[in-house]
Design a protein around this ligand. Sequence first.
Ligand SMILES: [Mn+2]
Length: 328
Amino acid sequence: MVTGYDVIGDVHGSATKLAGLLDVLGWTAGADGRRRHPDGDRTVVFVGDLIDRGDEQRAVLELVRAMVDAGDAQIVMGNHELNALAWATPNPDRPGRFLRGHTAKNRRQHAAFLTQLDDDERASWLAWFRTLPLWLDLGGLRVVHACWHTDAMAVVQEEVGGARFPDGPDGDALLQRALTPGTPLFRAVEILCKGPEIDLRRYGLPPYRDKGGHTRHVARVRWWTAEPTSVRDVVDIPQGTTTLDGAPYPDLPDVPCLEADRRHCYTDDVPVVYGHHWRRWEPEHGMDWTPRTACVDFSAVVGGPLVAYRFEGEPFVDPTHYERYPSA
Ligand SMILES: [Mn+2]
């Protein structure tokens, strides 16, 4: 019986860090090459985003796939796997186009995967990505890439019949709908894999300029805040954000947030581990971890450590259960 989970954050093609973290966690390779844990009753869970950015795409995929196939690991889909599927899926309404546009920006984001693997390899990995669940409910522990969101899951449950797309033509059609912008299924899957967003205009807040220089009217939601009362508790404006004229973004007002936005927040009593948020080590209380949520994405591919949360059955997140590689 499985009693423990080692939940590993966004790997993004960093096989060296992944091997180092597995060693730290006690998953050492035997003579047959298979990594096993000495306790025997542990399972690794990957939060998704295995691909893109890093130099070791193939090595990461092969290592993770081997652990999953051996029954030593499970994995949920990240937005990068989802985007890879959309990149490769023809747009039925626009011949020659794909459901994720082959723009220069999207190509840059996907370049490591596109260039380090040949066509046949990519096709075979995409066939595997297609089978990955959007979330895992492991009993005392929940895992999702970006946000545990009951309403979004209900939409997926209703349309897809479960957390993963079925095999065969019906499953293909569902996946296509999930990858088509504007459909309710697309919006639900976006919330799970990319996180919910909040419209700043609802609160009379100005737009900001994102990292790419684009004007943005929506911001990420701090869905891990269990009892938000004000806009300040739910809207996530990263430090250093500016308005369109380059001024520092104003302090968020201490005014009540709307019920619709409050619904993004996680109030269940089962711990959730997730990734996606490009945080910086070390885990900050109230932001990276709360009593019921733990983020494990600390930007491994841009200089941060690869991070895991070691779950032992505890009902509340324990920040001493974070592990990382490298440790300094
Ligand atoms: Mn992500």
